[in-house]
Design a protein around this ligand. Structure first.
Ligand code: AMP
Ligand code: MG
Length: 393
C-alpha cells in the first residue's frame, strides 16, 4: 500500500510583528521543505532578533533529533558557559528518558513490559510515575487516552511507517488486548496482561518538556523556550520580561493561523494532520486512534491545543480531547478546569476556532485566516436542542 507520512509542527518564534509576518511568508513558500529546514530558518532569524541589544542575555540553542522528532532548545543567559552546560544537561535528560520509554530499544522499560508475557516487571521510578499518570488520565477521560493501544497502532503501521488499512476483524481482535484498567502499577512493579502492549507516545514528550524545563531552572536559567517537535515548553518570560509570542501552525497547511502570547506555560497540540497516510481508498488516516473503534479519529476536529503549567497534562489532554470531539472536549473543560486549570484552542475541520475565555486576549488571528470564526468557550455555555453545547460567538 502506498502512503505518505507527514510530520508537522506548531511553529513558534519570538519575534516582533514585522519579523513574524516575514517568517510567515517564508513558511508558506517552504511548505514542502522538511521540518528541520523550517525550524532552522526560524531559529536563525530568532537569534538575530534576540541580540544583546535587548539586554545582557544572549540566545544559545541546541537542535537535535530525539523521541522520533526534532527538538530545539533555546536559553537566554548572560553566562555562555552556564547556558551551554544547562543546554547539555537538558538534552542528556531527554536522551535518558527516550532510553527508558523507547518501544524498540531492547533495554527500555517499555520494551521489557511489552515482552514480559504477563510477568511483573520492575521499572525505573520515572517510568512507574508516568505510567501511573497515563492510567489516571485514561480513567479521567473515560478511556479516550489509552496507553495500551500499541497493538492497534502497529496494525495501522503507525509504529513502522509502513502503513496499511487493517481488516475490521483484525481490529476487533486486537482491541481485545487493549484496556488501561488491566495495567497494574504497584510502586515500581508493573504488570501487563500477556498480549498487551504499552506506548507512552501520547504523554512522553510533554513529560520530557517538564523535566528539561526543570533542569534549566535548577541550573539558574530564567528564560528559555523548548520546542519539542512543535510542542512548546516556555521557561519564564522573554529576557525583557514580556510574553513569548508563539505561532500556531494551521492544521490546513497554510502556515500559521494565529499567535498566542504566554509565559511559563506548556503549549501542546494534537491533530491527525501531523502524521497520516492516504490509503488506497483515497481516505486520509491519521495517527490518533479512537480506542472505542480502533479507527483513526474522524470527528470534525482538526486540532486541539492545550495550554497549562504542566507539559504532561497538556500532552495527555491534547490527545484525549482530540479523541473526544468538540462537544465532549468542552464538557470536559467545564468539569475539570477548576481543580486542574487549563486552557484550550480547538480548531474544527470547518474552520471554526473555539477558545477558552482566559486566553481570548492572548490570542490573535492571523490576517490571512480572517475567514475563521472564533467562539469563546465559557463556563456557562447553554445546552443546545440536540444535547450538544451551543456556543455564542
Ligand atoms: P500526541 O501526538 O501526543 O497526540 O500522541 C499521539 C501518539 O499517541 C500517536 O502517535 C500514538 O503513538 C499514540 N496514540 C494514538 N492514539 C492514542 C490514544 N487514543 N491514546 C493514547 N495514545 C494514542
Ligand atoms: Mg499528547
Amino acid at each position: 500500500m502506498s502512503g505518505t507520512v507527514k510530520e508537522a509542527v506548531s511553529l513558534m518564534e519570538v519575534l516582533p510583528e514585522s519579523d513574524q509576518n516575514f517568517v510567515l511568508e517564508f513558511i508558506k513558500k517552504l511548505r514542502f521543505f522538511s521540518l528541520a529546514v523550517i525550524l532552522w530558518i526560524i531559529m536563525s532569524i530568532t537569534m538575530t532578533a534576540c541580540s544583546p541589544m535587548q539586554g545582557r542575555e544572549e540566545a544559545y540553542s541546541a537542535s537535535f533529533f530525539a523521541m522520533d522528532t526534532y527538538m530545539t532548545f533555546t536559553v537566554y543567559d548572560d553566562d555562555a558557559k552556564a547556558a551551554r552546560e544547562a543546554l547539555q544537561q537538558a538534552q542528556e535528560e531527554i536522551g535518558a528518558l527516550e532510553a527508558l520509554w523507547s518501544v524498540t530499544d531492547e533495554d527500555s522499560d517499555i520494551y521489557a513490559l511489552n515482552h514480559s508475557g504477563g510477568q511483573p516487571v520492575t521499572v525505573r521510578d520515572e517510568t512507574a510515575g508516568l505510567l501511573s499518570f497515563a492510567v489516571k488520565m485514561a480513567q479521567e477521560t473515560d478511556g479516550a487516552l489509552e496507553p495500551t493501544l500499541y497493538p492497534v497502532l502497529t496494525a495501522w503501521g503507525f509504529t513502522t511507517e509502513v502503513n496499511r488499512i487493517p481488516a475490521a476483524e483484525e481490529i476487533e481482535r486486537l482491541l481485545e488486548c487493549v484496556g488501561y484498567d488491566r495495567v497494574k502499577v504497584e510502586g515500581s512493579l508493573v504488570t501487563l496482561e500477556d498480549g498487551m502492549m504499552l506506548d507512552l507516545g501520547s504523554v512522553g514528550k510533554g513529560y520530557a518538556g517538564d523535566r528539561a524545563g526543570r533542569i534549566l531552572i535548577e541550573k539558574g536559567i530564567n528564560s528559555a523556550l523548548l520546542d519539542i517537535g512543535g510542542n512548546i515548553q516556555a521557561v519564564g518570560a522573554r529576557p525583557d520580561g514580556s510574553d513569548w509570542r508563539l505561532g500556531l501552525r494551521s492544521p490546513f497547511g497554510e502556515g500559521i493561523f494565529g499567535t498566542l502570547q504566554i509565559s511559563d506555560r506548556a503549549v501542546v497540540t494534537s491533530g491527525n494532520y501531523e502524521r497520516y497516510f492516504i490509503g488506497e481508498d483515497g481516505v486520509r488516516y491519521g495517527h490518533i486512534i479512537d480506542p472505542e473503534t480502533g479507527y483513526p479519529v474522524n470527528n470534525g476536529l482538526a486540532s486541539v491545543t492545550i495550554i497549562a503549567g504542566d507539559g504532561k497534562l497538556c500532552d495527555a489532554l491534547s490527545t484525549s480531547l482530540f479523541v473526544m470531539g468538540l462537544s465532549d472536549a468542552v464538557a470536559y473543560w467545564r468539569t475539570h478546569q477548576e481543580e486542574q486549570p487549563f486552557d484550550m484552542i480547538l480548531v474544527t475541520e470547518d474552520r471554526k476556532i473555539y477558545l477558552t475565555e482566559e486566553i481570548k486576549g492572548k490570542f490573535n488571528l492571523q490576517k490571512e485566516c480572517k475567514d475563521m470564526v472564533i467562539y469563546p468557550v465559557t463556563s456557562s455555555v447553554a445546552e443546545g436542542k440536540n444535547g450538544n453545547y451551543k456556543f455564542r460567538p
